[in-house]
Design a protein around this ligand. Sequence first.
Ligand code: ADP
Ligand code: XUL
Length: 533
Amino acid sequence: MVDRFLGFDASTQSLSAVLIDCDTQTVIAEHSISYDEMLPLYCTENGVLRSEDPTVVHSPPLMWAEAIDVLLAGMRSAGVDFSDVKAVSGSGQQHGSVYLNGSAEQTFSSLDAGGNLADRMKGVFSRDTSPIWMDSSTSAQCEALNEAVGGRQAMAEGTGSVAFERFTGPQIRKFYEESESAYENTATIHLVSSFMASILSGRHAPIDTGDGAGMNLMDISKLSWHPKCLEATAPDLAKKLPPVVSSDTVVGPVSAYFTRYGFPADALSVVWSGDNPNSLIGVGLVEAGRVAISLGTSDTYFGFMPELHVDPAGEGHVFGAPCGGYMSLICFKNGSLARERVRDRYGYSWGEFSKALASTPAGNEGRIMLPYFEPEIVPRVLDPGVRTYGLDEKDADANCRAVVEAQMLSMKLHAGWMGVEPLTIYATGGASANRRILQVMADVHNAEVYQFEQGNSAALGAALRAAHAYFKDRGEERAWGEIVESFVMQVAGSRMEPHADAVRVYADMVGCYAACEEHALRGGPDPGGGRDV
Ligand code: ADP
Ligand code: XUL
């Protein structure tokens, strides 16, 4: 018998899938499509739609649906065989919300009644676009929600995070305030994860406790909807949200629609989760003490957290962990796209960017950049703009180093509340392929850093969750350690050691970086050389 499992990753810029075989303990296939390239009709740039207001960032949910067809058709023509797939799950970019009218239920259950996914799904939306995690347009709603539940601390203790602009609750409230009749027309509100899972399942799928925690709507202790938050957000919200369930819930068999790609009729569809909870599994962080840094569209810093405690400064988040317990996380919006902005400004390739890192000294001779190309999540910056200290815009190599050092120093500065001084960091996401970036990571954090065989930890984590849920459903539950051990493999020889000299430089520099933040964001004294670009 062959036990194969498929994990999707519906991320900001692409849809990917990883097919694993639990018997041979191998990754069988891995495919990815970029929305901009493969679905140009939706006119996205880096997977998103911008508007005149830079704080408003949406994506078309119909594009995500169509991407499933494009990806699976591509995999089939590349010879990938789905006939032994036992279960499917997935990973969604977190916080984004999808608004469906009352016809969605019937549509999900009759996907195979003719046409492709995009044809079938066209009429189901009560809102054509979905606000995503990059949207920061809901400050007023955040303030109102924090107040309604008894203040920032009460919101953080109740839901795992203070109200954040990109979180789903504030976004829903804004939609209700601005488009009341469209809100009333909305029968169901999904996350990206539960929307995609609904397509795979042919019925409304629930939301798991990993992704549900990114909404400011879920009680983080009880792992169920928080009545006070729901009430404060919008009328009748309880009726519009799918149930919240544990991350190993089987939704049902995969929709009959997918037999056209060769999926067996009895393959199971398992609840999806957010990309960060999936990555926790996909890098094997099922125990405390180590952390992972994902360098994707966003940069995230996260770890397993056995006991619940929230960030008193209100910058971090606590989500449910798919393996039980919790995970802590901080998210930086100016991740890969900020590195790309600097790289592109000087017409560099990634190879040249790496050379720039190699040819400049740790600490950049005291030159510092605050890389707020976009509004930033941590620290909270609503009014974007890059600030530099002693850095000459014409010095291309120093600017490349400055953006990477800023990102790593900012992580170091803002992750203290998690209470973990990591000796080992697992690096994942697209930019983790770049070893020069990882050397800065190792030096700033004074930790060894490993790369992984499978760079897409979110899709791999989803496939591993599908496997865990499948065996549990059969009454043959396997320990998480057993599920992840053979797949979560560090690249042989990828271990990066911190360099003692650089570690000393950064131990001093973190204070200077904090002083620059203080000056730029809170009117602290000018640490010298400051000017904006
Ligand atoms: P997502 O969060 O959307 O899943 P990925 O994890 O796939 O994103 O990462 C995509 C990003 O990886 C790209 O935007 C690109 O900037 C970055 N990237 C890819 N290769 C390199 C490289 N060699 N060096 C630095 N960054 C890279
Ligand atoms: C996490 C966050 C991002 C998105 C997109 O809170 O906003 O990491 O999940 O990757």
